[in-house]
Design a protein. Structure first.
Length: 128
């Protein structure tokens, strides 16, 4: 789902909002966690949480596929599924970084809603 452009500006760390949002995707869920912790800007926190949910979920799925199908000797099927997960990850990684750099609050189906919900809930907990 495309959302309108966000206003330009800087975050608490001195980075431009779009650059901080892009950086939250660079190393997948790892940089997502880092930027979610250090930034308070809602735009950046949304992208950071979307990175955590998207790439954390894909990483977990890859581990489950490897464990499940590798343990029963279906190596070719496991390899095929992991290749598909890797390709999907690469495409999402590029698209999400481009959208973030353009300053768009681009929300993936299902994952974007989860990211919005979790980022909002965690922000409320920190405030109280």
């Amino acid at each position: 789902m495309n959302c309108p452009q966000v206003a330009e500006g800087r975050t608490q760390t001195g980075l431009q909002r779009n650059v901080a949002a892009l950086l939250s995707y660079v190393l997948g869920w790892i940089t997502g966690i880092v930027f979610f912790i250090i930034e308070q800007d809602p735009f950046v926190r949304f992208h950071a949480m979307q990175s955590i949910v998207t790439f954390g979920g894909l990483s977990l799925l890859s581990v489950v596929v490897s464990s499940l199908f590798g343990s029963v000797g279906l190596w070719a099927f496991q390899s095929l599924l992991n290749s598909a997960i890797t390709l999907l990850s690469l495409v999402l990684w590029v698209v999400l970084m481009m959208k973030a750099y353009r300053g768009e609050r681009y929300s993936l189906p299902v994952v974007g809603d989860l990211a919005e919900r979790y980022a909002g809930r965690l922000a409320e907990r920190v405030k109280s």
